[in-house]
Each structure stands twice: as C-alpha cells, then as structure tokens.
Design a protein around this ligand. Structure first.
Ligand code: PRX
Length: 650
C-alpha cells in the first residue's frame, strides 16, 4: 500500500531539545568544542587518557600514538583483550545481571542474555575452539544468521586472539570462497541456516560449495538454528552443541598486544577484488566505546537497537563491540522488517522499550512507502534518540523519521563513517550540536576533515570537493590484509599525507559537512557498498557476455540501483531470456543483494581512444537521460547516439 510522502518542510537548524541537553553526556556546544580542541591540540594525551579510564588493560601501554604515515600504532606496549572489555569487566559489577543481548528471531523466539550468561556462553565456545586445536593468530570465517551465536562467535575469537572475518549471510558461495581464500582461514563458523521472510537461508550448503576450493580450512562448526538436514563432513564438520557438551566454563581472555588484529572485513573497492580491511584491538575498541557515549548518548538505562546485520561494519562496531564494551543492552533481530507484517520493527520497539534506534535511510524509505498506519499502531514513546547511517538521508525520510518515529521530540544523529574508519567520524553529539537535516554536522574530537580539489588544495567554503581526513584516529584501518601497497595506493596517494575517503562533500559557513556521495566506481545500494568492477567481472564470466559496464542509477528506495550495460558475443540474441539469466547470474556470483535492477543490451560501449570505458557517460544516461558532459575523448560518437536512442524506446 503506497501513501504519498508528505512534502518535506524542514527546519534548517534543529537545536538540541532542552530536556535532552539537560541529561546529555555532552551538553552544550561549548562542551563539544572543548572536547574537539583538546583532542586536536594533543591527540596522544587526549586518547591516552581515555584509553586508561574507559578500557581495562592487562598491561599499560608505553605510547599512545606511534604515527609513521600511513601506518599507525595506537597504545603500543599495552596488553588488552576486546572480549574481556565487552564481558569480564562488566561481570565484576552490578551489570552482571543486566541484559547484554535481547534477541528476537524472525519466527518470534526470544532470548534475553545477561552479561554473566553471555560471558559463560563465550567462554564455552572459546573452549570448543581450543578443543579443535585453534591458536592465537589462526583465522576464522563467521558466516551466520543474525542470532546471538554470531556475536558469541566473534567474542570467542576475540577472546583467543583469532582474527575473524564475518561474511554477510546474503553473500553467495563464490563470494564466501574468495574471502576464505584471501584470509587463509583455518575454521568456518556457521549455521544450518537462518530465517528471512519466512524462508530458510541455507548457509551450510553455501559453505560446502565454497569449501571445495579452500584447502586451508580444517574445521567447520555448525550451529543448529533451523533444524533442516545438512551434510556433515566427517572429521571436518562439528555440531556446535556437540562440542559444547564437553566445553569448559572459564577460558581466560588472552593478553594481546594492542595492535593484535581483531578482524578483517571485506568491502568493495574500485577493482573487482574486495579489500580486506584490517582493524586491530585497543584503538578500535576505544573509538567504538567513546562514540557510543558521545553520539548515542548512552546511559545505563538505555535499550539500544541498531538494525544492521553483523555482516557489515555497522554490525561489528554498533551491534556487538561498541555497545557491549560500553555496557549497553543491545537488541538483535534475525529477520526482515516486513515479516510477518510491516510493523515488526515497531512491535519490537514497544515490546523491549527501545530508547535508541539506529537504522538506514533505505530502510526508512521502504517503510514510509507502506504508510503511516503501521507505526501509528504503536506507541514508540520509549524512543529518545534516532540514528541514521549508510547514505545521505533525504529530506522526506528525515522529516518522516523525526515526526512519525521520533514523535517530533527525538534528535536524529546522521552518522558518516566507513568500513575503513571503524567508527563514526562525523555526527552530532545530540545534546550539544544543533542539527541541520541532511548534514552529518561536525567531526568527532580530534578529527581534521577537509574538502579539497583534484590537486589537494582546499576548496572555498560551500564548494564541492573530495573529503579527506588529515589526522590519524584510533579506530582507523591499519592496512589491507596482505596488501600494504594497495592500502597506500588506494587511501594515501591521492592527497599526500591524508586519508582519501572516496566521498564528495562540502562544508558550509558553520563548518557543517554535507556528504554528496562517492566519487569513485563504488555504488551505494541500500547503504551497502558494491563495486562496479566486481559486478562487471562477474558478468564477463558468463559465457554469453563479451563486455560490460556497470553504473549506479538513482532509485527511490535503495538510493542507487545496479544498472548494467552489456554487449554480447556474436550470434547471441535472445535478450529477454538472457536479461533474466544475467540478473540471476550476478546474484549467484556475488549474492542476492547485488542482483542488478536492469540489464541493457547494447552493440558497443562508449570508450575513450585509449580503450577505457567512459562510465561517466553511462551514469549521465541513466541519471539524466542525456549527456551534457565533455565527450571529446569519446572514440565513436555513434555509440552515444544509439545508447541515448535506446533509452527513448524504453
Ligand atoms: O559514501 C559514504 C556512505 O557509505 C560509504 C561507506 O560505506 P561502508 O564502508 O559500507 O559503511 C557503511 C556504514 C558505515 C561512505 O563512503 N555513507 C555512510 N554513512 C553516510 C554515508 N553517506 C552519507 N551520509 C552518511 N551518514
């Protein structure tokens, strides 16, 4: 059911509500400025002090920051463990019986796991991993549904110093295989399947498929979630619950170096090969913990819900590590927002009295479309703060989120950050910074973000340019797994000495940042990054495809949608059948979430004289249906005419 969105009449400046500011962790602009200044003036002292007071160390660090651009070491010499900070330290306080995780499965099953109980479950699973012979430094792949065991697996790996890589359950066997191989993982932690829109997503089947090509994997642990029949390879595959029968209750957290690798998360870049973004221990945890307090204004009494899947960075930093380190109650929901009906999320908010609710503009737009009567059936009065992440939030979505979900009383923190940054970089501290709808507002303490042109020169106020980060921060990526050269080249070579975000932005007269989207060949579909090159390489692996070029086209709900231009090998002409087949092919090669919205067949692609595909022109065609930009380098003008004409026929 579709209801037209109300025209957005947005205020230009939304000051923190007085009641909110009065109770906020950071209250008033002066308080924000003081934090920002002290971090900029002496980053080592600022972060060093927070590291000492906000985290528990087995051994104090010698040096807060060792910065040899572009390689940073935070809290060198310190010994620490993320799992200890997320669990053990809380079990020594009154938090021990506080809910750490409130879980609801899609079928309606519910679990409330206290800190003490989560500690026990994590120890038991760590014990199982030890039984399998895993050691500190071995690598694990986690391919799980959104159930507490995904967090338990992450925390057990962190406890033993086993770097993990969580692969989103929507990725295919092909994508899983590539990640296992790149990480040279020794163990895969998975489940028989998970529930999504009433259907089972079969995970173990995909693991079996992937493992035909992954000789490094010695063990697979399978959690029984759905109870469907799975194949267990003798000697390699183990049921989680069977290993658990002989597990120990106490497994000490390993005292790890502050720079010990915590996890590798693969994300799309500008080539066909995903990049393994490496995050380490002490600095990452500190930045996640602090942003929980600064941006989400976390209090002991909050029930906090971030709707992201653990397969994405948001799920790492703001479902598991940030909230648990900060001692929060974090909500996990397994399934889809529309199952069994479009008010599932709002039911959960009321049922668990969620007070902080963090989601994406894509989800908001999809829910707006279903009409206000779904949220209106629920009180939603427990919510005091809203958050948004993944893409710019458009005015209609902001207005609806604020009015319908937030009852016009809750600030919305629009949080800009990336897989690479590890934690929120630009966002309002909601009791301090007045909001401007559509802007991420101001940077986190100590972060110097600038807008520059092609040559690295600052652009004038209000002008568009590339967003770069000039100062190191504790949660920053340390390298690309196994490829430090690519790390330097991708992030640190465009503007010497600065981190290149790949985003365009502008800064207004008040110093507020407005993110305008990617400037590279990365698309943002539903707040998830997809590389045009990755889809192109998948397409040309199909026997009928000669060449392809992929661009993002504007989409009402998902922000961008995948649009593929394809030229076929000679003699192949059944476009209708192939269109369906190729969409399916991409879903198989990468994952259902990458399925193209549109396949356009063409005789030729627009290229420069040196043979480079001019994706810019294709972007213009799908966005504005005309080409206004410079075409002087185009090799064959006829191609353009036929592409534009093709659109007119659509
Ligand atoms: O283009 C920016 C967009 O998402 C990219 C990062 O994607 P990913 O690494 O998958 O992480 C997503 C969740 C942190 C950025 O380069 N982006 C993220 N948040 C925002 C955003 N664009 C505008 N506003 C945001 N709040």
């Amino acid at each position: 059911m579709t209801q037209p969105a109300k025209p957005a009449t947005l205020p230009t400046l939304v000051p923190p509500p007085a009641e909110f500011a009065a109770q906020a962790n950071v209250s008033g602009m002066e308080a924000y400025k003081a934090l920002y200044e002290s971090a900029v003036n002496d980053p080592a002292a600022f972060w060093g002090h927070l590291a000492e007071t906000e985290l528990d160390w087995f051994q104090r660090f010698d040096k807060a920051l060792d910065w040899q651009p572009p390689f940073a070491k935070w809290f060198s010499g310190g010994k620490i463990n993320v799992s200890y900070n997320c669990l053990d330290r809380h079990t020594k306080t009154a938090r021990k019986n506080k809910a750490a995780i409130i879980f609801e499965g899609e079928p309606g099953d519910q679990r409330i796991i206290t800190y003490q109980e989560l500690h026990r479950l994590v120890c038991r699973f760590a014990s199982s991993l030890l039984t399998l012979g895993l050691e500190t430094g071995d690598r694990a792949i986690i391919y799980m549904p959104m159930i507490p065991e995904a967090a338990i697996a992450m925390l057990a790996c962190a406890r033993l110093g086993i770097p993990h890589s969580v692969v989103f359950g929507g990725f295919s066997a092909e994508a899983l295989k590539a990640r296992i191989q790149d990480l040279e993982a020794k163990v895969v932690l998975t489940a028989d399947g998970g529930w999504r829109r009433g259907k089972e997503v079969k995970l173990k089947e995909a693991v079996d498929e992937a493992l035909k090509f992954c000789p490094t994997v010695e063990h697979v642990v399978v959690y029984q979630r759905t109870g469907s029949a799975v194949h267990l390879e003798s000697g390699r595959d183990h049921w989680w619950h069977v290993l658990d029968e002989t597990a120990r209750e106490e497994v000490p957290a390993v005292e790890l170096d502050s720079e010990h690798p915590l996890y590798v998360l693969y994300t799309s870049g500008t080539t066909g090969k995903p990049k393994g973004i490496l995050h380490t221990t002490g600095g990452y945890l500190l930045q996640c913990t602090m942003t929980m307090k600064w941006v989400f204004d976390l209090k002991e009494s909050d029930t906090y819900w971030c709707t992201a899947d653990v397969g994405w960075v948001t799920g790492h930093s703001y479902v598991v590590y940030g909230p648990l380190s900060a001692g929060a109650t974090t909500v996990m929901y397994e399934g889809a927002p529309d199952t069994p009906a479009f008010d599932r999320w709002w039911r959960l908010v009321d049922k668990y009295k969620v007070s902080i609710f963090y989601t994406s503009p894509t989800a908001i737009r999809a829910l707006i479309r279903q009409g206000d009567h779904w949220p209106e059936r629920h009180k939603l009065d427990s919510i005091r703060l809203l958050g948004s992440v993944g893409e710019p939030i458009n005015p209609a979505a902001w207005e609806w989120f604020h009015r319908v979900i937030g009852g016009n009383r809750c600030p919305i923190v629009d949080t800009w950050w990336q897989t690479e940054t590890g934690a929120i970089m630009i966002a309002a501290m909601p009791g301090a910074v007045p909001l401007k709808p559509g802007s991420g507002t101001l940077p986190m303490p100590g972060l110097v973000a600038e807008i520059v042109d092609n040559h690295g020169n600052l652009v004038p106020e209000g002008h568009e340019g590339f967003l770069i980060l000039k100062t190191p921060w504790p949660g920053m990526l340390r390298t690309i797994w196994g490829d430090p050269e690519r790390f330097k080249e991708q992030y640190w070579s465009k503007v010497p000495g600065a981190y290149f975000t790949g985003d365009a932005a502008r800064r207004d007269k008040d110093g507020y940042y407005w993110i305008l989207g990617r400037v590279d060949d990365v698309m943002n579909v539903s707040g998830h990054r997809l590389s045009t090159m990755e889809i192109e390489s998948a397409l040309v692996r199909h026997p009928a495809v000669a060449e392809s070029a992929v661009v993002g086209k504007p989409h009402e709900i998902t922000g961008q949608a995948v649009c593929c231009f394809v030229t076929l090998k000679k003699g192949i002409s059944d476009h209708e059948k192939l269109g369906v087949e190729l969409r399916q092919w991409v879903a198989h090669e990468i994952g259902p979430f990458a399925r193209p919205e549109e396949i356009r067949f063409t005789e030729a692609l627009p290229k420069t004289r040196s043979g480079k595909i001019m994706r810019r022109l294709l972007r213009e065609i799908v966005t504005s249906h005309t080409v206004a930009g410079d075409v002087t380098t185009l090799e064959d003008m006829n191609v353009l005419t036929s592409l534009s004409a093709q659109h007119d026929e659509d």
